[in-house]
Design a binder for this molecule. Structure first.
Ligand SMILES: [Mn+2]
Length: 355
């Protein structure tokens, strides 16, 4: 179980009710499709689940988690009410950013006697600071992703399709230890590359095409994320120029990043380079995001971000330029912020690659 002191410090509630699959996994590191986790003060907790998980969940007892077996939702509600009553709980933090309106109304209806307090942002804030173990998982996920990129370079050639590249990249990640994908792989070639989040198609790679590959692995439930744009044959003069501007923008962001900087500041280091070259209107997304169990977590680096990037947090740095009808370039690395500086976890080459 993760230590929950910080969460209680921020919110002042008596208990938290964790319902979403990912937050239950976050706090317990126990994967299940059904369960309710009650976090109580002083690092006590109760996990309510059904017979499919009851035996496996016994492993949580060594972390001091009480495990309660129920059959279905109605019994769960009664069990939760018992937990709240016996612990004199009056206020309960809940995941307002995860529950459906239907879930919320059902909960509100049954939880007579306790006050529900929206706490999703506080949970996300706590999740943004990674433990040593989480940092190790994310580093491993990123190393799998880098290895797949290195392997794919030998595979890229005219005549194969975007789907072929997707399948090969995902195969390489699985082979190197990925338990799954961090998100749906993006492969965008030729003029498709002007669409930042294009889905892979049956389009065939032609000589001179840019190929943008944005992909990540999952390892122990944690994500990685990287993007490279490479060229199969000589690119047009304009795409070559755009590549160098995006590269310069990304390096400007990474080289100027420091512990304690604003997410907005990181964005502007990248954006200014693109702006001074006249391509500002073609940089249509924000510079970066954190990740963890989810592919997009806080903090973020964008024009409107009020986040600070501090120790034990991750942030991607991924500027891009996308010109409809011409093509696009994006370069993305994953950064770890630590007290004594920034570590770029993405080891793949980012100088222009022309195959
Ligand atoms: Mn990303």
């Amino acid at each position: 179980m993760k230590n929950t002191d910080k969460l209680f410090d921020i919110t002042k509630v008596d208990a938290f009710l964790i319902i979403s699959e990912k937050n239950r996994f976050y706090f317990t590191e126990f994967a299940s499709t059904f369960g309710y986790l009650v976090l109580l003060r002083n690092n006590r907790s109760v996990f309510v689940t059904d017979p499919r998980y009851y035996e496996m969940a016994q492993s949580l007892k060594q972390d001091g988690v009480e495990v309660v077996q129920v059959s279905g939702r109605e019994e769960s509600m009664l069990a939760l009410r018992d937990v709240f009553e016996s612990n004199n709980v009056k206020t309960v933090g809940f995941e307002d950013n995860e529950l459906t309106v239907q879930d919320y109304l059902a909960l509100k209806h049954r939880m007579l006697g306790v006050r529900l307090v929206a706490s999703g942002d506080a949970i996300n804030y706590v999740r943004s600071y990674k433990t040593d173990e989480e940092i190790a998982y994310i580093k491993k996920a990123q190393s799998i992703t880098d290895a797949a990129f290195s392997a794919i370079l030998d595979y890229l050639k005219p005549g194969i399709s975007e789907r072929d590249i997707q399948i090969e990249l995902e195969y390489q990640m699985a082979k190197t230890g990925a338990a799954g994908l961090a998100f749906d792989t993006i492969i965008a070639s030729g003029v498709n590359s002007s669409k930042p989040h294009a889905h892979p198609t049956d389009k065939i790679i032609e000589l001179g095409d840019p190929i943008t590959m944005d992909f990540g692995a999952k390892y122990h439930g944690y994500c990685s994320d990287m993007t490279r744009t490479v060229f199969v044959g000589q690119p047009s003069e304009e795409l070559h120029k755009i590549y160098n501007i995006v590269l310069l923008a990304q390096k400007m962001g990474i080289n100027n990043a420091y512990c304690g900087m604003g997410g907005r500041e990181l964005d502007s280091f990248c954006r200014e380079v693109i702006k001074s070259n006249g391509y500002e209107k073609y940089f249509v997304h924000s510079t970066g995001h954190s990740l963890g169990i989810d592919i997009h977590e806080t903090p973020t680096a964008s024009m409107g971000s009020t986040d600070k990037l501090t120790a034990r947090q991750f942030i991607t740095c991924e500027p891009g330029i996308y010109i409809p009808g011409v093509g696009g370039v994006r370069i993305e690395d994953l950064l770890l912020v630590e007290e004594d500086g920034i570590t770029d976890l993405t080891t793949s080459d980012k100088n222009i690659i022309i195959l």
